[in-house]
Design a protein around this ligand. Sequence first.
Ligand code: PEP
Ligand code: MN
Length: 329
Amino acid sequence: MIVSLKEGADPAAVLRALSARGLWVSQVERTAGGGPLHYVIAPHSAAANPVELAAIEGISGVTTSRSPFPLVEKQGPVVEVAGVKIAACAARPVLMCGPCSVESEAHIRAIAARLAPLGVQFLRGGAYKPRTSPYAFQGHGEPALRWMRDAADAHGMKVVTEALGEADVEMVAAHADLVQVGSRNMHNYALLKAIGRTGRPALLKRGMAATIDEWLQAGEYLLAGGAAAVIFCERGIRSFDDSTRNLLDVGAVALLAHVHHVPVIVDPSHGAGRRDLVLPLGRAALAAGAAGLMIESHDDPARALSDGPQAIPLGELGSLLLDLGGGVS
Ligand code: PEP
Ligand code: MN
């Protein structure tokens, strides 16, 4: 947005009026020949009504520039996935829980049977796993998608699972209610387009070094490609400090929920990498405006095939969800 000043206006007074409304000027331009000033409003300023701004003393006009993510903005703060409402700043969080990886048919079925009575709406679990080492467990692939779908259906749950590569997209979309884009793939535009073409809703994890603008534009790729909806997922970014696995960016959650008005799910499991921080980070995420939480959980974390240290034991999950203001007793 660009605010143009009247000839002879007091620039300091206009700046004060703008900052009083939470609007910050990122650039000052002057019309050639020494004419009036133009203030470029920083993109992460508060939302403002251009008509109200144009009425401020000293302002001659306001030009709204086209957003780089118009479809994300148009989608708004509330989406529905398979009948489940996912809304920014939710009074009750949507819950997506399950193991890091789908380990076997019996295992995922037993986990779903324990999650459903806790009020967990989405069963999570990876059939295709993005592992740092090529020698680590890579997921059971297509059979795991079927096991997960059957387990979720048996207990009235929805499925969220990752499509790791373009070749898996059709298969994942056929089994999932919500197709997850992993952190390592947020910048994979060919994959985003392929997921968009399926018309399924997508859960877009933030790239571990992605700016918020890049993340929002990746969401735009999904919607422009045909995705029914996009839900953003903050899962922590890389930092200089390795005390926690990642740095959960609660500020980004607040910005997306309160300024961009989009639904954000927060994944404190990958954010912290340790189960003892899942509750406090989950609380922080919800206070910042999250729509819900993705929490890795396992019946026996010490034997998990991946991400055991961050998994909440199933026996402890019910009370943790209640502490977070979700779930059912
Ligand atoms: C996951 O959800 O299991 C996962 C691999 O997450 P991320 O892409 O955030 O690392
Ligand atoms: Mn994991």
